[in-house]
Design a protein around this ligand. Structure first.
Ligand code: AMP
Ligand code: MG
Length: 973
């Protein structure tokens, strides 16, 4: 930070603070340590030692930089100059030993640098890069006494790349400035015997450490941090490309882009206008970026600074880095300028209380510790002014080479470098455990868009600032229009009648041993239709169907549709209250049922008709005389959870149904020859089997109730009926595939899973057992007519989360943030659905309909509304969509949509109960646990018991018994 302070605005808060320290407080200098004392490690060094011991071979705390020397370089002289500088700075001769659990520094009399020379003339840039990276990544042994490595790579006669690698425990960025200046001074003056202008050191790094170890931390500083960081979130949940590993590798990469010159200049001038430093300005923008990526308002960012606030420390090489935790509250959608003021204030306060070392903070605040992410913050921000290179004489040019040696200590670090007013660049250092380069590339463009938006108008609310790129907008449009728009000219009854004409004697439906051909089914449906028409009913009232899974159920459905009515399925298993509620809410006045259920409908105003009698008493060949059916007439009403404490009837039109079915013709290469129907007809997943099969001349096999519990019976059906297609919940499929003999699946062509999250493990299982059976994941809410997206699952998917796929034909999806704007690829938002499948709304409930079905602001041409699902999803970069979870507390239990608050409300009806919380206990093995103990146990595997013990003790949260038990577990695992 201090290097940046030179360019500080006069009068800025930071500037005042820096000067106040120096002007008003003449303090006693740091004295040399007493002779012979054992020098401990500074607090920062202790942390690095600890981290390095945890990851002994990992180069993540190597500090490496590369410099290009062009011209007449005298290598011997250069090396000599380094050695000479080390004579001045003890820290370059220091190593670290541990005795009786205490770490201390030992200082040698002479420097012992690791050096190597490579002749790489005529070698490819890739080779050169490889060698440079290998040099920079070689681990150091902290006890060895050689923590400085000089690698000289000769690229041409007068061209050298010098890679300087130190362990961070003896070094920091500021030190590099000192080192280069002193080496340059020595290099240029030594040969002529000139006097060196190198400041004499009164104290050494070890003196500082000794002094620090005697010093107490100011109580008021600690209190500030305790208050400021109270109840901090555990983790900033950045959307990642890969699941966070239990044990990070710290493999990382850099990605740098320069800001356009005009943008840099605009930003600099805005900073002056707002009397703020570019540091605070860009940090504010970074926080907005993080907020938009995570949807979190409580954003903590770490920012390293060199804590050399005494003149005598400014001349020292050593590890003086400490980290400020800068926490901001982005709630309430402030404007950029308002947030800027807040961040300015926070930064000012943080610097005023900066003398609380990060390790003390962690010990005091005791955040939950995990080995796979940093406590308190996981993202960093660094702003630095690029320093000028010292001169190595007239015949030698020195340039800093950007150098990525492949480590990332944090999830994400944003470095802003300012070379000049108009030359600013942003580098993201990112963890390769979590991110792909493509994602970071997009992040860059989002940051730039955001900054452009701020430059345009800093008084915008942060949610209005632009983020996504034009390319992304185009992509979204393309993905929505990838498959041809199916506009079905026919209604479902027409499709069915076509099949009756062409395949009258083929089997249409069967259950156990009874079956109907297409002609038989059609005649009976006509009989039902005619009967309903003879009653002179109002088309606006649905016709209830209270039937078990039977041939009559399908007869009833087609009869109702052919007569131009909507069917209202009533599951005989539903509790009586639910049936009564649905009948009343839907205004149904007629119910078709079977003998077994007579008397189950208590409402006397409802006419109950026996479907069997209707069929037997009718003339089967009579034509139907219904008025024409329009695509806007309702086809069915299905009741599902409605987030209001009461189930809601979703009103689906003939148009919706025809489209939803026709969209299958394009996506699925095979029509369903024999479809086994598992779903109850009161779920819209039953629509797939019923209408797809009967619209395409297939044979629909109805499962009997609880068919899934009779595995032998089920195997028998699969084999006997030669089932080719089916659709079921993934949880059910997972059970069946494990327990039914493989031979029963011989005729199977396609399995569709839908309705809940598809567990990754099932993918492998499927392809192990049934490698030739096509597997599809379908997603969609009842409100968008059965399905919205689909994904053909392939074996290669088993390595990651299984997506729900891309929008089906005629359907458009929009993944929106809380600001109703499209979120970037990879970032999660709520799924909104538009297109031909969007239902009319909730039956007889305009008010609630208007809260969930909203105007489509993304497509001027679309007359349909957008349905707001409450599902949180995100785009993968290939356009497939991932389902993340729910925005509310809706859950799925065996395919039932349930609102937990609906249950809570019901429980609270009991007057003795004041409040209730309902939670879903999942036994799904795939639910990720972030249990600290698990994470720790994994991390400790492979360590010796003594080492594990040491690690656990340093975390300080565990009792002796807990430590013993954990060590026992890792040993036995
Ligand atoms: P329903 O209206 O009963 O079909 O339930 C629709 C809801 O089930 C969706 O809004 C999702 O929350 C969930 N759902 C449906 N299909 C899937 C799927 N393939 N993966 C994950 N969740 C799904
Ligand atoms: Mg459904």
């Amino acid at each position: 930070m201090r290097s940046g302070s030179k360019k500080l605005e006069k009068g800025s808060l930071l500037d005042k603070w820096l000067n106040r320290e120096k002007d008003n407080k003449p303090r006693k200098g740091i004295e040399p340590r007493p002779n012979g004392v054992s020098v401990p490690l500074s607090l920062g060094q202790q942390r690095l030692l600890f981290l390095q011991q945890l990851n002994p071979e990992n180069p993540f705390y190597n500090y490496a930089d590369a410099y290009r020397f062009k011209g007449n370089l005298n290598l011997d002289l250069l090396l000599k100059s380094f050695v000479s500088v080390a004579e001045n700075h003890e820290i370059l001769r220091t190593s670290f030993k541990v005795k009786d659990g205490q770490a201390f520094q030992t200082i040698k009399n002479s420097a012992n640098f690791e050096t190597s020379k490579y002749d790489l003339r005529n070698r490819s840039p890739e080779d050169i890069q490889k060698i440079a990276v290998t040099e920079a990544r070689k681990p150091f042994d902290l006890s060895s006494g050689s923590l400085v490595r000089l690698s000289f790579l000769q690229l041409a006669a007068e061209d050298y790349l010098v890679v300087l690698t130190m362990h961070h425990i003896i070094f920091d960025k500021w030190s590099m400035g000192i080192l280069l200046r002193e080496v340059a001074e020595t290099y240029t003056k030594l040969p002529n015997g000139e006097e060196l202008e190198i400041p004499r050191l009164d104290i050494q790094y070890a003196d500082f450490v000794y002094w620090q170890s005697q010093k107490e931390i100011e109580e008021k500083d600690l209190t500030y941090w305790e208050e400021k960081l109270a109840n901090s979130p555990e983790l900033l949940n950045l959307p990642t490309d890969f699941a966070r590993p239990h044990r990070p590798t710290f493999n990382g990469a850099y990605f740098t882009k320069c800001f356009p010159e005009i943008l840099s200049k605009k930003l600099q001038s805005l900073c002056r206008e707002r009397k703020t430093t570019p540091y605070v300005f860009l940090l504010t923008a970074y926080k907005i970026l993080l907020n938009r990526y995570t949807n979190e308002n409580d954003i903590l960012v770490g920012s390293p600074f060199t804590n050399r606030d005494r003149l005598e420390l400014e001349r020292l090489i050593g590890f003086f880095n400490d980290t400020l935790v800068l926490r901001s509250d982005l709630s309430g959608n402030p404007t950029f300028v308002e947030l800027l003021e807040q961040v300015k204030q926070t930064t000012h306060e943080a610097f005023a209380h900066k003398n609380t070392p990060f390790e003390t903070l962690v010990k005091t605040l005791k955040p939950e510790r995990y080995l796979n992410h940093n406590p308190l913050f996981q993202v960093m921000f660094i702003y630095h002014n690029v320093p000028e290179m010292p001169s190595f004489g007239d015949d030698l040019e020195l340039e800093h080479e950007p150098f990525d040696f492949g480590v990332a200590k944090f999830d994400l670090t944003l470095y802003i470098s300012e070379k000049s007013e108009r030359e600013m660049s942003a580098t993201f250092e990112y963890s390769k455990d979590l991110f792909e380069e493509e994602t970071i590339d997009r992040m860059h463009r989002h940051l730039e868009n955001l900054l452009e938006g701020i430059a345009e108008n800093p008084n915008q609310q942060i949610s209005d600032l632009p983020l996504i790129t034009d390319e992304e907008k185009e992509q979204f449009f393309e993905w929505n229009n990838a498959s041809a728009n199916v506009i079905s000219p026919k209604l479902i009854v027409d499709f069915f009648e076509d099949q009756v004409r062409t395949n009258p004697d083929c089997t249409a439906i069967s259950v156990q041993n009874s079956r109907f051909t297409y002609r038989e089914l059609n005649e009976r449906a006509n009989a039902v239709a005619n009967y309903l028409l003879s009653l002179n009913l109002n088309r606006k009232q649905p016709i209830g169907l209270f039937l078990e899974s039977s041939l009559e159920m399908i007869v009833g459905i087609f009869g109702i549709l052919k007569a131009g009515f909507a069917y209202l399925p009533l599951d005989a298993e539903y509790p009586k209250e639910r049936i009564d509620y649905i009948l009343e809410d839907s205004g149904a006045s007629i119910v078709l049922t079977q003998d077994v259920f007579l008397g189950k409908i208590s409402d006397e105003t409802i006419e109950v008709h026996k479907i069997g009698e209707i069929i037997t008493s009718a003339r089967l060949d009579a034509p139907i005389l219904s008025d024409p059916i329009s695509k806007d007439d309702l086809a069915y009403i299905m009741y599902t959870s409605g987030r209001t404490g009461k189930p809601k009837g979703v009103a689906v039109t003939h148009g919706n149904l025809a489209y939803s079915t026709a969209a299958r013709f394009g996506l699925y290469s095979e029509r369903p020859e024999t479809f086994l129907l598992f779903s109850s007809f009161s779920f819209d997943s039953s629509v797939v089997g019923i209408f797809w099969t009967l619209a395409t001349g297939g044979h629909l096999v109805l499962g009997t109730r609880r068919i899934e519990q009779d595995l032998a019976g089920l195997a028998n059906i699969l084999e006997k009926e030669k089932i080719t297609h089916t659709l079921l919940l993934p949880s059910l499929y997972s059970q069946l595939i494990k327990s039914i003999p493989k031979s029963a699946f011989d005729s199977l062509d396609t399995v569709i899973v839908a309705g809940e999250v598809f567990p990754t493990s099932l993918c492998k299982e499927h392809f192990e057992i049934l490698p030739n059976v096509k597997l599809y994941n379908e997603y969609g809410p009842t409100e968008a007519t059965v399905w919205t997206t689909a994904h053909r699952i392939i074996l290669e998917d088993s390595g990651s989360k299984i997506p729900i796929g891309k929008p089906i034909s005629g359907t458009k999806v929009y993944i929106l943030g809380d600001n109703q704007k499209q979120v970037p690829i990879g970032v999660s938002g709520e799924m909104y659905i538009g297109g031909k499948g969007v239902a009319k709304g909730y039956f007889n409930d305009l008010e609630f309909t208007n809260t969930r079905f909203i105007q489509n602001a993304f497509d001027d041409t679309a007359e349909e509304k957008l349905y707001r699902t409450g599902d949180i999803c995100r785009y993968r970069s290939d356009g497939a969509i991932e389902f993340i979870g729910r925005k509310d507390d809706q859950v799925k239990v065996r395919g039932f949509r349930i609102e937990l608050n609906e249950i809570e409300e019901a429980i609270k009806q009991d007057t003795e109960i004041i409040d209730a919380i309902v939670k879903l206990e999942s036994i799904n093995e795939e639910i990720e646990t972030n249990d600290e103990t698990d994470v720790l146990l994994n991390a400790l595997r492979g360590l010796k018991p003594e080492e594990a013990d040491e690690v656990l003790r340093s975390i300080e949260n565990f009792s002796d018994e807990e430590i013993q038990s954990m060590i026992g577990k890792t040993a036995s695992a």
